[in-house]
Design a protein around this ligand. Structure first.
Ligand SMILES: O=C1O[C@H](COP(=O)(O)O)[C@@H](O)[C@H](O)[C@H]1O
Length: 268
């Protein structure tokens, strides 16, 4: 396994969410003190949203300048804006609605009642990413992205994990995980409802400085095991996620059931 992959096992779902929250607060703080602003890509799903709630409940959240955090989403469900299935709605209820974010820095994938169709939602997000990358390059003497980058710098990109090893809305053996040369893809016939979704591609995901894959529960154990065993990403999308500097698998005890003991580092 490549040197920048680390697996940390936590005793329970709640400890995993609380520890990931503390880890994210610390990372955002560090990046803000280095660069003034920080960029995080959020995930939906059980641990992803519980982590945001744990940040909202932590007094340490006050140390982050939330108005200088840029938020993106790894995927969202292409349903009405008011639907409880929207990842952005869940993230807003858990954290974004209560910590004083700058709405201009919250980059949302369009909902089905906001654009003509799925293709328009994909084009819109691709445009938002490209515009942010361009602005970053024009405004920042120390920009780490190149002039032709299609996505801005992602400091931390969070990924949930499905029992089928999907990440974002990239599902095994479907077109999305095979898509190359673009940053955003539209998903139809998702095996997990709702069927229509918008997702970053694996290429876009893997531009992140750090990728943190979060997963809890016995139903994720097989996906974690295969993801870490170097399976083909087309069949096991999670195994294709690799951050530029670091890839963290932050999991609970149950999800770690199929990970060889020598790879594990415990947080307890
Ligand atoms: O549909 C989705 O599922 C995954 C994993 O969710 P979980 O509830 O099984 O943890 C999530 O990462 C993704 O963002 C979401 O749209």
């Amino acid at each position: 396994m490549s040197g920048n992959v680390r697996i940390t096992v936590h005793p329970s779902f709640d400890v995993l969410a609380a520890t990931t929250a503390a880890r994210l607060i610390t990372r955002l703080l560090d990046v803000q003190s280095e660069r003034g602003e920080a960029t995080v890509v959020l995930t939906g799903g059980s641990v992803g949203i519980a982590t945001l709630k744990a940040i909202a409940d932590s007094p340490a959240r006050l140390s982050v300048d939330w108005a200088k955090v840029n938020f993106w989403f790894g995927d969202d469900r292409f349903v009405d804006a008011a639907s409880p299935e929207r990842n952005v709605g869940q993230a807003t209820a858990a954290l974004l609605g209560s910590v004083g974010v700058d709405p201009a820095r919250v980059h949302v994938m369009a909902a089905s009642d906001e654009v003509a169709d799925l293709e328009a939602a994909v084009a819109d997000y691709q445009g938002q990413l490209a515009a942010a990358a361009r602005l970053e390059w024009e405004n920042d003497d120390d920009a780490t992205t190149s002039g032709d980058a299609k996505v801005p710098r992602f400091d931390v990109l969070l990924l949930g994990l499905g029992p089928d090893a999907h990440i974002a809305s990239l599902f095994p053996d479907m077109a999305g995980i095979r898509t190359q040369g673009v940053t955003v893809v539209g998903v139809t016939n998702s095996p997990k409802p709702p069927p229509s979704r918008v997702s970053l591609t694996l290429e876009a995901i893997n531009t992140a400085q750090e990728i943190w894959i979060v997963a809890a529960g016995a139903d994720k154990a097989a996906a974690v095991g295969l993801g870490l065993a170097g399976a083909n990403p087309v069949q096991v999308p999670a195994s294709g996620a690799r951050g530029v500097n670091k890839t963290l698998w932050l999991i609970d005890q149950e999800a770690a059931a199929k990970v060889p003991e020598q790879l594990i580092r415990r947080e307890n």
